[in-house]
Design a protein around this ligand. Sequence first.
Ligand code: FAD
Length: 386
Amino acid sequence: MIGDGGDLTRLRCIASNVGAEMLAANAEQIDAKGIWPAENMQALAEAGLLGLHVPTRLGGHGQGMLALAVICEELARHCGSTAMCFGMHCVATQVLVAKATQEHEARYLRPIARGEHVTALALSEPGTGANFYLPRAHFRPADGGFLLSGRKSFVTSGGHADSYVVSVAAPGGENDPGTFTFLMVDGGTDGLRWGDPWRGFGMRGNSSRSLEMSDVRVPAGNLLGGTGDQIWYVFEVVAPYFLIAMSGVYLGLAAAALDLAIEHLKTREQAHTGERLRELPVLWPEVAQSWTELEATRQLVQHAARLGDAGHPEAPLALFAAKARVAGTCTQVTDTAMALMGGRGYGEHSAVGRMLRDARAAHVMSPTTHMVETWLGRSLLGLPPL
Ligand SMILES: Cc1cc2nc3c(=O)[nH]c(=O)nc-3n(C[C@H](O)[C@H](O)[C@H](O)COP(=O)(O)OP(=O)(O)OC[C@H]3O[C@@H](n4cnc5c(N)ncnc54)[C@H](O)[C@@H]3O)c2cc1C
């Protein structure tokens, strides 16, 4: 039970239907060929899900973190890459929502709610890597707007989204989180140079490409908030939503892998005994432990999301813990599921193999497990997270 009064239950049902009807059918091809899931994103748009976080007065659903966790989990059961592209779109949308001007509402949020606009996040950089809150890319005012230069890495939906929330710092202020600034960069802007197609170990449909900008011109109206006042975005908006989006995605992968393994154990009959694998007592604890781990992690993730939605002071602790826990759970449960499925699971294009490869991104995607456990440990010891 989600306990949200109905709206979220309805949205979850929609996500589940789109997942089963569209995402599941495309998942193998998306993974095998490394294709960005355009058709799936269109289906999510038509189902009205792109506006999950857009306020209702602008035509969206006005939902928060709990909805993000639940919908991402539902989608990832069918396709991890699509769920991740959707999740990153949602985090970027929430960054916009947090400080949208009327112009941003008209140019971005209303089209997002209508399913006409996909957005994405460009924070990570090759130089600062996991320290995603320290952009080296910079901006300088010019002709009433801004010129952006620098490099971004692993931009999910890179080259496909209609816009990107891009983090930059003031020139010379690269080591000063106080100069952190967000600008919207439209996909068709002159001077965006995308790197090679993404070829990941998993999450192969993500199009998580690098981006190079050299004096890319952006209008003044594309500034989110003011220049240099936005490090709060990282810890109040980006990190919490990022943590929850990914927690949902990795939960969904683990849940789907366990379902596959259970189905295999129920149906696989051994020739020498005539019995199904589920009759083997040695396998029962493995299934039980995976299910328990998954359910306990889901409760932690949804608890963290509820605290986040309520603005509870302990939300950051629960959010850090949830992302760290889900990364461990997802890698462990998908690994166990593959073992339970034997050689069939190990085949080149097996679904559980795809889930296991997708799952391996959980520890390394920001905030990485090292990072969130560092923040959690420091916070518990009365130190500032950074
Ligand atoms: C599939 C995928 C999709 C992604 N999508 C996006 C996206 O849409 N937008 C975006 O902005 N980024 C995205 N990223 C980037 C991601 O979020 C990470 O920022 C990035 O993978 C980490 O940077 P790096 O590879 O340079 O790691 P490195 O910085 O080289 O880190 C290597 C290891 O060192 C550890 N480490 C580094 N610094 C610290 C520290 N200070 N404290 C503790 N441990 C540390 C890390 O935890 C990691 O284990 C994506 C990455 C992947 C793999």
